[in-house]
Design a protein around this ligand. Structure first.
Ligand code: HEM
Ligand code: CU
Length: 609
């Protein structure tokens, strides 16, 4: 499996880096100065605490973002009903107990923005990159703990600004999570194009800064701070996934940021990067020479990689958890790394598949179709390897392993419909219908959430020294799995029948009222699934304080380094020396042993290192 001889020389060359890491001031950190409440829990530079901050902020956002979908699903499922409590909660946004059209668009926009960026980017990637990178590569902390702390606080600031937009008089942005101009560029276009849009842009700019600060740290930590013996090919797949996720972010978020800055100029600086030849109420606007399509290129140059920024960390964690819980080595480690790499490259080459209906030259479109469909190859390799990893494994069913298997299931289901949408000829029919909503919710909404849940159940003991309740975890899994399919499967059919997305009320169209019963059913399931997530949130917070305590540092009998730290590791992770690594991360069921940690020498004579 491994190639000891060639790695040996690499080990030595890395040694220098590691010592450098030692001297970084973390050693004996605890002895030197008292940790105050503020330095320990608020402005902490400990990657583990920052991970918890990202996670808890992400959970709060997830509740809000998901609750918004409950609100607008009420409108979609019961367009004629009135809910007096809505009016007492939302005031004039729900006059007479019905959500207004403006409020509907704002809710959809906030729902999408919050879940994509604040939950699945910051909450998922931010949490687990922070938690696992230093622990699994054997470092005392990130390359720059201070920058890492800043990364959280920029996220927190972005959160405050986005949150404040919910309370301004004209309401939050309502141009969709993509914020296409001219709706987003013209303050008078709609009520949600006013100050709410500015706050949205400022918040997102802060968010990009946070994401870049985080990613640069992740990349430099992985490249420079690995412990002795941890060559790149001995890294767990989680680390590979976080590495490429960070690369994606560093290369694409700046493009989005520049797109947003130009949009701010258009809104307030009198420029017209995105505006041209516009008539508003019979009046010609002065803007000349801009192009709304330019914005779409800038947006989707991030927008597409963004879906991989969301899904790759989940893929990494699932690979890890499947190996641990089936007590088998991961199948095809190098193919897994290679396919993450291929996905990363391809992610940058396909953005215009979101723009088939913009009047793109069909000849150019053909290239984007080809490149898009090519992503199916590395994706299929990964799916094949996950299945062969659990094949004939001795599977231990835990909430983490079930959510990992659920991830593979929803990733396959959503990935297949991606092949349809990747074909421009079919996409032109399905564009902006519920088929797209169904596709991306299954493949990146549900899958990524499953990866996140799996990660939380699996690493909760490392984070808090306690277990989460298993029974509640099983209930959470089965209802969520069934619910996700019941919600999103039917949406494919609605989409094929032409039901458009972002419509506030379908009841005027005879052809769509045939879905009345179905829409009601979907909305009903949404409420149940939402309640189930609250059960998870309860389990999470309850277990932090009252969960069953860990008695051993390695409860899942895993091979990776994070389980060699004490049950509640301090800042610096290992009290003494950083452990040395001798083997890859997946020696399960080998040499007659159930598992062999990475720290165990391969052969006696190798230990003389
Ligand atoms: C039970 C969970 C969820 C339900 C019921 C739900 C439902 C919906 C529906 C019906 C829409 C379309 C509204 C419209 O276009 O009129 C929508 C939009 C969207 N949702 Fe979800 N969603 C859920 C979870 C998620 C998750 C986990 C994500 C994270 C990826 C997500 C991301 C989005 C995005 C990006 C949009 C598009 C917003 C836009 O058009 O600007 N949703 N959701
Ligand atoms: Cu895409």
């Amino acid at each position: 499996m491994s190639n000891e001889a060639t790695l040996h020389s690499q080990d030595l060359s890395h040694h220098g880096h590691v010592e450098h890491g030692h001297g970084n001031g973390h050693d004996g950190h605890d002895h030197h100065h008292e940790e105050t409440f503020i330095s320990k829990y608020v402005f902490s530079m400990d990657h583990k605490m920052i991970a918890k901050q990202f996670l808890i902020t992400g959970i709060i956002w997830a509740i809000i973002g998901a609750f918004f979908s409950v609100l607008f699903r009420l409108q979609l499922g019961y367009p004629d009903a009135t809910f007096p409590w809505l009016e007492s909660m939302l005031g004039h946004w729900a006059e007479g107990g019905r959500i207004t059209a403006e409020a509907y668009y704002a809710l959809v926009t906030m729902h999408g923005t919050i879940l994509v960026f604040f939950v699945l980017t910051a909450g998922l990637s931010g949490t687990f990159s922070n938690l696992l990178i230093p622990l699994q590569v054997g470092a005392r902390d990130m390359a720059s703990p201070f920058m890492n702390m800043l990364s959280y606080w920029f996220f927190f600031l972005a959160s405050c600004v986005m949150m404040s937009s919910l309370f301004v008089q004209t309401g939050p942005a309502s141009g969709g999570w993509t914020s296409y101009p001219p709706l987003s560029a013209l303050g008078d276009a709609s009520i949600g194009s006013k100050i709410g849009m500015d706050l949205w842009l400022v918040s997102m700019a802060l968010f990009v800064v946070s994401s870049l600060l985080g990613s640069l740290n992740y990349i430099s930590t992985i490249l420079n701070m690995r412990t002795k013996g941890m060559s790149m090919t001995k890294m767990p797949l989680t680390i590979w996934a976080f590495f490429f996720t960070a690369v994606l972010g560093v290369l694409s978020f700046p493009v989005l940021l520049s797109g947003f800055i130009l949009l701010l100029f258009d809104r307030h600086g009198g420029t017209s990067f995105y505006l041209s030849e516009l008539f508003v109420q019979g009046k010609v606007l002065p803007n000349e020479g801009g192009s709304a399509i330019l914005y779409q290129h800038l947006f989707w140059f991030l927008g597409h990689p963004e879906v991989y920024i969301i899904i790759l960390p989940a893929m990494g964690m699932v690979s890890e958890i499947l190996a641990v819980s089936s007590r088998k080595p991961i199948f095809g480690y190098l193919a897994m790394v290679g396919s993450i790499f291929a996905i990363t490259i391809l992610a940058f080459l396909v953005w215009a598949h979101h723009m088939f209906v913009t009047g793109l030259n069909p000849f150019l479109g053909a290239f984007f179709v080809l490149l898009t469909l090519l992503i199916a190859v590395p994706s299929a390799i990964k799916v094949f390897n996950w299945i062969t990893t659990i094949w004939r494994g001795n599977i231990r069913f835990t909430p983490a392993s079930l959510f990992s298997i659920g991830f593979v299931s929803t990733f396959i289901s959503g990935g297949l419909t991606g092949i349809w949408l990747g074909n421009s000829a079919i996409d032109i029919h399905l564009h902006d219908t519920y088929f797209v909503i169904a596709h991306f919710h299954i493949v990146m909404g549900v899958s990524a959430f499953f990866g996140m849940f799996a990660g939380i159940y699996h690493w909760f003991p490392k984070m808090y020294g306690r277990f989460m309740n298993q029974t509640l975890g099983f209930i959470h899994f089965w209802i969520t799995l069934a619910g996700a399919y019941l919600i999103f499967w039917p949406m494919h059919y609605e989409g094929m029948a032409g039901m458009p997305r972002r419509y506030f009320d379908y009841s005027n169209w005879a052809s769509f009222s045939m879905f009345e019963g179905l829409n009601q059913f979907i909305s009903f399931v949404v409420i149940i699934v939402f309640a189930t997530q609250l059960l998870f949130v309860f389990n999470f917070f309850y277990s932090i304080f009252k969960g069953r305590k860990l008695t051993t540092p390695n409860p899942w009998e895993a091979t990776t380094l994070e389980w060699t730290t004490p049950i509640n590791p301090g800042h610096g992770n290992w009290p003494g020396e950083i452990p040395e690594v001798h083997r890859w991360a997946y020696d399960y069921s080998k040499d007659g042993k159930d598992f062999i940690p990475q720290t165990v020498p391969v052969s006696p004579d190798e230990s003389g290192h």
